[in-house]
Design a protein around this ligand. Sequence first.
Ligand code: 2NL
Length: 371
Amino acid sequence: MFVDYAATGQEALSRIARADDLDTLERLRVALLGKHGSVSALLKTLGGMSPEERQSEGPEIHALREQVTSALAGRKAELEQAALDARLATETVDLSLPAAEVPKGSVHPVSQVMDELAEIFADMGFAVATGPEIEDDWHNFTALNMPESHPARAMHDTFYFPDTGPHAGTHGGRMLLRTHTSPVQVRTMVSQGAPVRIIAPGRVYRSDSDATHTPMFHQVEGLVIDRGIHLGHLKWTLETFLKAFFEREDIVLRLRPSYFPFTEPSVEADVGFALENARRVLGGSGDEPGHGWMELLGSGMVNRRVIEMSGLDPDEWQGFAFGVGVDRLAMLKYGMDDLRAFFDGDVRWLRHYGFSPFDQPTLSAGVGARA
Ligand code: 2NL
C-alpha cells in the first residue's frame, strides 16, 4: 500500500490552519488523532508491516503525527489569544460605578460591651469563664450562702423547672434558670481550685418585668481568689475598670457598706456624675454642686463560708467579688434610655445603636467603639 505521507500532512496542516474557532479545531483533533482518527489509523498500519517496511515507514508516520500535534497546539494558542484580544477590546469595567450594597449585620450593644469588658479585664490578668444558664439550686443559691428561707429563692423571684423528671442537679436540688453568674465562679473554684482571677459575663433570669426590669438580662461578675487579698485590691480593680470602660480619668468612686449573703463585708459602689443639659454624665465627685452619686455595682470580700463550700480553705485563701449589670453599663456609656428595646430585635434600633464587627475593642485603639 502506498501512502503519500507528505500530501496527507499538507492536507491536515491546511485544515488546521483554516479552523477558525476552538470547537472546529477540537473536532479536527478528534478526526486526526482521536481513537478512530486518520493519523491514528496510519499508526496502526505499522503493526501489519514487515520489519523492513516498518523501518522506512515508521519515522515518516511518527514525524507526521508530531507535525499534526504541534500544529494543533499552535493553532489552539492562536485562537485562544484571539478570543482574549476580542474580549479585551469589547469588555470594559466602569470603575466609577458605585459598589453593590452588601447587607450587613451589626454587633448588639450588649455584645459590644461584653467584648470591651473582656479586653479591659484581660489586661488585668482576668480570664473569661462561662457556665450553664440552667443551674441546680446548690450552685445558684446554697453554695452562695443563701439559705432555704432567702427571699430570692421564692417562686415569684426565680424561674424553676418542674420538680419531676430528669432535672436533678449534681447536689440533688431543683433545676432553675440562674439568677446571677455567681454559679459560674463557684464551678470555677470547685474545678480549678485557687488562685482564681476570672470574669463571668452572661445571661441571667429573674421573674420580674416592668419598665426597668426584663425577665432576662445580662450580668458580669468578677472574682479574685488568692493569698492576702483585701479591700484595697477590690477598690483599685473597680477604679481601674471603670476608668478604662468609661474612658475618663476623672471617674470618682464612693464605697458604701451594704449586705449580700455571699460577701462579708459587702460594699456598694457609687460613681459621681454631673448634670449636663439634663443628662447624667459620669465623672467628678458626686458631692460638687450640680452633681450626684449613682449606684452602679455591688461587691465585697467573698464570704468565708462560700470559699469553704467551694472546697477551699478560707484561712489560706481570701478574695473579692463584684457584680454589675451589662445592660445598664451599655445604657450609661452609649445613651439608650429604654432597657426593653434591647430585646425587641427591632432592626432600626440595631442599626442605630449597633456596632461594626470590624471595630474590635482594643486597649491600644480605645475600647470605646467609634460613632
Ligand atoms: C449585686 C452585685 C455581686 C458577687 C456579686 C460573688 C460571687 C461569688 C462569691 C461572692 Cl462566687 N460574690 N458575686 C458579690 C457581690 C455582689 O453582685 O448587686 N448582686 C445582687
